[in-house]
Design a protein around this ligand. Structure first.
Ligand code: AHM
Ligand code: MG
Length: 315
């Protein structure tokens, strides 16, 4: 059995960086514990809910953010936290070398129906400033709170999956994961079809045509609506995830956030041999203009991402 500690000890990165990843892993254990019994304690994903004693409950996104913040404060290697839950970045008392950008609880609209949600994070050097390209990430990961609690990590060269055991220890369950280059499974919110651009329409129409279309094979659609769940499926068995720019999201630059959703997922997928794009540019090359910047997200199996980029290249 290889634990997270064993695995980290064997990684060729500095101890400070390992400790930052360890901090996020520990925060995820605490978040998992809260989520597991949240319906009993009366905590829900909704604002304005009360528990059985009639006390007001914090949204679980806020609870998760507080858990991450508490853990991060205890690690002297971390000096800055950027969170989806906080309008501004937090400058911590520690003068540590690293910065963490996180969505502490992504997909929280799925909580009340007991569907997998997750914590996503990106680690950068604080000296590089808040607005660094995804290529500058030193580590990235997510925890998936599903049937099993999973932790997926990369330092940029390979992607490893851990599973939380009954004793609260992360056990390595898949190392050097590879995203299949070819796939016939796509994930996109098809209810947004009327907003789609020509490239998205073209790509999805080919998939829907199945064996009667140019791909010559039957495709399948899977959309959990919880990014961590959708990306974890794609990591483990291939496929493509798409939240492209459309006529409704164009004014905001997209739906998903660059620093703590798109970039860490792109690093994890690329380190596993997959690809990522906005449609016209590698996600990891996008220069951020704001900490909560949104971006179009297309990532997964290399051949599928190439097909989408092919549609965008047709103009
Ligand atoms: P959130 O950060 O508010 O939870 O939103 C992000 C989520 C993703 O997990 C998911 O891929 C997407 O929103 C789903 O969007 P939609 O509801 O448009 O299908
Ligand atoms: Mg989110």
């Amino acid at each position: 059995m290889t634990t997270l500690s064993d695995w980290l000890a064997a990684q060729h990165v500095d101890d400070a960086l390992k400790s930052v990843v360890g901090t996020m892993a520990a925060a995820s254990v605490d978040i998992a514990a809260v989520l597991r019994t949240a319906p009993i304690s009366g905590q829900t994903g909704l604002a304005g809910q009360t528990n059985v004693q009639g006390e007001a409950q914090k949204e679980l996104d806020v609870v998760s953010n507080d858990i991450v913040l508490n853990h991060i404060r205890q690690n002297p290697q971390i000096s800055i936290l950027v969170s989806e839950e906080l309008d501004e970045e937090v400058h911590l008392e520690n003068q540590g070398r690293y910065m963490v950008a996180t969505d502490p609880l992504d997909g929280s609209s799925n909580l009340d129906v007991n569907v997998t949600v997750g914590t996503i994070f990106s680690v950068l050097e604080s000296a590089g400033g808040l607005l660094q390209q995804g290529t500058a990430q030193k580590a990235a990961g997510y925890a998936a709170y599903g049937p099993a609690t999973s932790l997926v990590l990369t330092f940029g060269t390979s992607t490893a999956v851990f599973t939380l055991d009954d004793a609260g220890v992360w056990v390595l369950t898949a190392d050097a994961v590879k995203v299949q280059p070819a796939s016939a499974e796509y994930a996109i919110n098809t209810a947004r079809e009327r907003f789609w651009d020509a490239a998205t329409r073209g790509y999805v129409a080919e998939n829907v045509a199945g064996e009667t279309g140019p791909t010559g094979k039957r495709h399948n659609m899977r959309w959990v609506g919880s990014m961590v769940a959708d990306i974890h499926r794609i990591l483990m068995r291939g496929g493509i995830f798409m939240y492209p720019l459309d006529s409704e999201t164009v004014s905001k630059g997209g739906r998903l956030r660059l620093l703590y959703e798109a970039n860490p997922m792109a690093l994890l997928i690329e380190a596993a041999g997959g690809k990522s794009t906005t449609g016209t540019q590698r996600i990891l090359d996008v220069v951020p203009t704001g900490i909560h910047q949104r971006v179009p997200v297309i990532l997964g199996s290399a051949e599928e991402v190439d097909r989408v980029e092919g549609w965008y290249a047709r103009g």
